[in-house]
Design a protein around this ligand. Structure first.
Ligand code: HEM
Ligand SMILES: *[C@@H]1O[C@H](CO)[C@@H](O)[C@H](O)[C@H]1NC(C)=O
Ligand SMILES: *[C@@H]1O[C@H](CO)[C@@H](O)[C@H](O)[C@H]1NC(C)=O
Length: 328
């Protein structure tokens, strides 16, 4: 297990030399080995902390993955999501239910890293590294992540966060929303494969429609049997395994969200669903590439505006209770 993760890590490191694609630019001032001198043991510290957290609760992988998407999508990967207090992104409906354990893990890794190296690594960088490590531990191939990012001074605005796709988005809306961030249909289908793990609350699929009445009824029945319904597995076949069964589920109309089923409604995305359902290796390769594109997302103005937070939940020198209403 250990040896395998090591090999995967080496793969991640050797991959950084290869250009990802012409479409993906390394943001100015960032590099893939930014901390090589200032914090040479960084990858190891992240590896050990994330692995220990997974051993305690494998659900932290889903938590990290969703947090990464929700941080990077609105205005680039800048840990703006992690800020707490009035006016924070975490209070917006789109971010309801993000796992606290994963948010706490990122802050705890930051503390460990700062104790060893000083305050030289941002929460945004920890976020990228921890998410990649969680995926490596799940069998996903490594991918390059840009490092040297700064943490934002303020949360993203509600308007930026509202640009995220919702579970009732149409195929067209999903594609447009991803395209607005330079992500194409392959990225949409591959990244939606994140729903091969993790869970949802009933409110996220109350509007689930579709012809497989049996499945839809079962989804809704499970939401009404108890006063506090159990969380719904997003992959109803292999809920805890990072694999390509999500796509096989879609082919038999057993995706939990309308936005999952939407991928089967368009010729191009439906072809990708079929291809990933047939070939897990192809899904893993595409997922890894698309995660790297997500990790490269960059807000405007540039990264250089920001700081290395000494607590991921707060802007330096600011008390959480002060909030962000004034600066957002
Ligand atoms: C394409 C549009 C997407 C929509 C509409 C969407 C929506 C959602 C919703 C509503 C939930 C459940 C929230 C809850 O009820 O608590 C969820 C869970 C999740 N999403 Fe997505 N999502 C999308 C794409 C993505 C992407 C791109 C990723 C990551 C690469 C991702 C990763 C996850 C994970 C891992 C979970 C489970 C979280 C957990 O168990 O803690 N999703 N998603
Ligand atoms: C479900 O549909 C209703 C009525 O169209 C809408 O008001 C509500 O926001 C939808 N729920 C979700 C979670 O999208
Ligand atoms: C509903 O709950 C039952 C019993 O736990 C489970 O077997 C079934 O798979 C659930 N339905 C769905 C759609 O997940």
């Amino acid at each position: 297990m250990m040896a395998l993760s090591r090999a995967a890590m080496l793969l991640a490191l050797t991959m950084v030399a290869a250009p990802l694609s012409d479409a993906v630019q390394l943001p100015e001032g960032l590099s893939y080995d930014f901390h090589a001198q200032s914090c040479p043991d960084l990858d190891n510290m992240v590896h050990h902390a994330v692995q220990a957290a997974i051993n305690k609760d494998a659900g932290v992988v889903a938590g990290l993955l969703k947090i990464f998407f929700h941080d990077c999508f609105p205005q680039g990967c800048d840990a703006s999501l992690h800020l707490t207090g009035p006016g924070s992104e975490l209070d917006l409906p789109q971010n309801a239910g993000l796992r606290r354990s994963a948010l706490l893990l990122i802050e705890s890794v930051r503390a460990t890293v700062h104790r060893a190296c000083g305050p030289v690594v941002s929460c945004a960088d920890i976020n990228s590294l921890a998410t990649r490590q969680a995926l490596l531990s799940s069998g996903v191939p490594g991918y390059p992540v840009p490092l040297g990012r700064k943490d934002s001074f303020a949360p993203a605005t509600a308007r930026q966060v509202a640009a995220m796709p919702g579970t009732d988005s149409t195929p067209d809306e999903l594609l447009k929303s991803f395209a607005s961030r330079g992500l194409d249909e392959t990225d949409l289908v591959a990244l939606s494969g994140a729903h091969t793990i993790g869970k949802a609350t009933c409110g996220s699929f109350v509007n689930r429609t579709g012809e497989d009445a049996g499945f839809v009824r079962s989804l809704q029945r499970n939401c009404s049997v108890l006063p506090t319904p159990p969380l719904q597995d997003l992959d109803v076949t292999t809920p805890d395994t990072f694999d390509n069964k999500y796509y096989a589920n879609l082919r038999v109309k057993k995706g939990v969200f309308n936005s999952d089923m939407a991928l089967t409604l368009q010729a191009k995305t439906s072809e990708l669903v079929d291809s990933f359902a047939r070939d897990q290796g192809r899904f893993f390769a595409a997922f890894s590439t698309s995660m790297s594109k997500l990790a490269h997302l960059q807000g405007k103005p540039a990264v250089s505006i920001g700081e290395i937070r000494n607590n991921c939940f707060r802007v330096n020198g600011k008390k959480e209770e002060e909030g962000f209403a004034a600066s957002a």
